[in-house]
Design a protein around this ligand. Structure first.
Ligand SMILES: [Mg+2]
Length: 246
């Protein structure tokens, strides 16, 4: 029983990151996003080189360029969201994937609740889920609340605790989690989240923190830290067999 006298849902909660996890980094959304973030830095009067440097530094330090911008510059996160995520022509980049939808349909909802956990704001998250035809498959969305002056985001511990609170779950071992950011997965693992998976696409030129980086198979994937590493979401059927009905 929980403190308010209601019993906690016994099912596990599967948390899906959205961007570059529910679709491949090869879709180039992250590149288009990187260009917009760069332009945003420049619009603040920051020079081209410094803009690139700060973008990368904030992404590396905070997990999200906007977190650094909100902390160190006088900006309105919602204005940033409108100009960056809000102008992405997502429909040109991603399409519904019947195989992905089937993967969601095959998760046994008597055993799991399926939620999304994203560092994006709700508008972008909902747009992506709608385009991918997954809106009805996601029971809850935990997004980065840019309306909060001091919002929290992955990989900050507070963001995972907040997610658990939103889903009314108190036992971290009941959380399953998949994200393309190794730092985000490690942070969840450190908080005791039960079954963590790093979605690690290999051989792609992907944008991270405003810089192009080739995703390689290397010792950096997280496999050595008790974290499963996959490069195709279908592999979830293998790493989380107990939550699939087929
Ligand atoms: Mg991601």
């Amino acid at each position: 029983m929980s403190v308010d006298g209601t019993s906690e849902d016994p099912r596990k909660v599967v948390w899906f990151d959205i961007d570059n996890t529910l679709y491949s980094a090869s879709t180039k959304i992250s590149q288009a996003m990187g260009q917009r973030i760069h332009a945003y830095f420049v619009s603040l009067g920051i020079g081209e080189d410094e803009a690139s440097e700060l973008h990368h530094r904030y992404y590396t330090q905070y997990g999200l360029a906007l977190r650094g911008l909100a902390r160190h510059h006088d900006i309105d996160p919602l204005d940033f969201d409108r100009k960056c995520d809000g102008t992405l022509p997502l429909e040109e980049y991603i399409k519904p994937d019947p195989k992905l939808r089937k993967l969601f349909e095959d998760m046994d909802r008597t055993k799991v609740r399926v939620w999304a956990l994203t560092n994006a704001y709700k508008h972008h998250a909902n747009r992506v889920l709608k385009i991918l035809n997954l809106t009805d498959q996601i029971e809850g969305l935990v997004y980065c609340d840019y309306e909060e002056p001091n919002f929290t985001c992955k990989p900050e511990a507070e963001s995972y605790r907040n997610a658990m609170k939103m889903a009314k779950i108190t036992d971290p071992s009941k959380c399953f989690f998949i994200d393309d950011s190794k730092l985000n997965v490690i942070a969840a693992k450190e908080l005791g989240w039960g079954r963590c998976v790093h979605f690690h696409e290999v051989g792609l030129d992907a944008m991270e923190g405003g810089r192009m980086k080739k995703l390689e198979v290397d010792g950096d994937s997280g496999a050595d830290q008790g974290i499963a590493v996959i490069n195709d979401l279908e592999e979830l059927r293998v790493v989380w067999p107990e939550i699939f009905s087929v």
